[in-house]
Design a binder for this molecule. Structure first.
Ligand SMILES: Cc1ncc(COP(=O)(O)O)c(C=O)c1O
Length: 427
């Protein structure tokens, strides 16, 4: 009654004795207009793109520089391939046919036989996810996401008006029992997973779990969106299981991929693999969104993807060097921070011995280093004692970043320990 009275006072509803209460005709105009971009300020990685924070070492984004062998000479050479395209409008909403072919061949090599018509070229995996979300989700739908997960996926998915429900994930990928329970409880429209070199865990979902996830999608009628943006980033020669799509009925899985991590994010070339029908629908959405990706980037991507194994080896060597450098710095300066060695990918998922990573992040800022506190990677506010540390910076910069973080920890540790003692007394 009190709430209705307050709404009446604001003129948002009108009540007439005997005929109930109705939303006022002009209520929409009276609602305060919020700026949806403000909600994105929680995402410190995206925020640093918008407002780079000078002076601090940025240990935020898990992004890489172009491989040293991808230099101006390679771009100049690739531009010769542009010739035949210049007599066409250049609008290819599904992507250049020759790029769709090399991506299809790459996916077949990964164990998911693919025709070029089942590939849509996108501006990075990020656009693939945005298109998938706008195709599959309506406001109020539920999407299941792992916790932790890729933090910018959380913001993108929330932006569709969908509700996000967390599912536990660990060294063996998504927890199947938790997934089954969440499916029963929420009847999701979509399940978003990062099966290969998970961001931030660096883990790989085994083939048996992929098969089980694919079977659940068929049985329950949701679509799996598997984000394979990091799938080319193995640290070892161990075989990587095929994408979930390889185990699934056509039309139940969309597979996202990217050149960003193995080659260079600046290309902005990624892809979505799906059934012909889903790719056609996504292509319609992409046409309206941007009329197609840039042709020069796609021409370069064709060349690079034809030689992918060579570039994968080059990226692996660089990532292993950074990882080893950061692991050595951590052992020396932050030995109480614990982590599991990842099988691949771009980050370490550090566990603090005590305290809260959000608070540590604030202290770290004052010591000239920006870090991602773990709770940002969960849709549920968990992971408060975790930090996602990228291993993508040059070893020297990473080392200085870790040393600054160690100084911040030294300053923050007494507060963290006082809290722990207070909690122990309470318990
Ligand atoms: C899991 C995951 N998906 C997608 C992206 C976005 O990649 P892209 O540059 O291909 O849009 C990232 C980047 O960090 C990522 O880690």
């Amino acid at each position: 009654m009190a709430a209705l009275a307050a709404l009446r006072d604001e003129g948002l509803v009108t009540s007439r004795h005997g005929s109930g209460t109705r939303v006022a005709v002009d209520a929409r105009r009276r609602l305060p207009r919020t700026d949806p971009s403000l909600a994105l300020r929680r995402n410190v990685v995206a925020e640093a793109f918008v407002d780079p924070n000078a002076g601090a070492i940025d240990l935020l984004g898990a992004s890489v520089e172009a491989l040293p062998s991808i230099g101006p000479a390679l771009f100049a050479e690739a531009m010769a391939d542009l010739g035949p395209h210049l007599s066409h409008s250049g609008y290819h909403p599904f992507g250049l046919p020759e790029l769709r072919e090399v991506v299809a061949a790459h996916l077949a090599h990964r164990g998911a036989p693919t025709r070029p018509s089942e590939v849509l070229i996108t501006n990075g995996a990020q656009q693939g996810l945005a298109l998938a979300a706008s195709l599959l989700l309506r406001p109020g739908d539920t999407v299941l996401v792992e916790t932790p997960t890729y933090l910018t996926a959380i913001d993108l998915l929330r932006g569709t008006g969908a509700r996000l429900a967390p599912v536990a994930t660990g060294p063996e990928g998504v927890d199947l029992d938790a997934l089954r329970e969440a499916i029963e409880r929420h009847a999701p429209a979509m399940v978003y997973l990062v099966p290969t070199f998970h961001n931030p865990l660096g883990t790989v979902m085994p083939a048996s779990t992929r098969r089980a996830v694919a079977a659940l999608a068929s049985r329950h009628g949701f679509t799996v969106v598997e984000d394979e943006a990091l799938a080319e980033l193995s640290f070892t020669d161990d075989p990587v299981p095929p994408p979930i799509a390889a185990f699934a009925e056509p039309g139940t899985v969309l597979t996202l991929g990217s050149t960003s991590k193995v080659l260079w994010g600046g290309l902005r070339v990624g892809w979505v693999r799906g059934s012909d029908e889903l790719v056609r629908r996504l292509g319609r959405l992409k046409t309206v969104a941007d009329l197609g990706s840039a042709v020069p980037s796609q021409v370069v991507a064709v060349r690079l993807l034809r030689d992918l194994p060579r570039y994968q080896r080059e990226r692996r060597a660089l990532l292993i060097a950074s990882r080893d450098a950061v692991v050595a710095e951590l052992a020396e300066h932050l030995p109480s921070f614990d982590f599991a060695m990842p099988a691949g990918g771009l980050s370490l998922w550090l566990r603090l011995p005590c305290g809260n990573a959000s608070e540590l992040a604030q202290v770290a800022r004052r010591h000239g280093v920006a870090i991602v506190p773990g709770h940002l990677a969960g849709p549920d506010g968990g992971h408060g004692n975790r930090v996602r540390l990228p291993i993508t910076r040059l070893p020297g910069e990473l080392g200085e970043g870790v040393r600054r973080l160690a100084r911040a920890w030294e300053a923050y540790q007494p507060t963290a320990e006082r809290r722990r003692t207070a909690l122990e007394v309470l318990v």
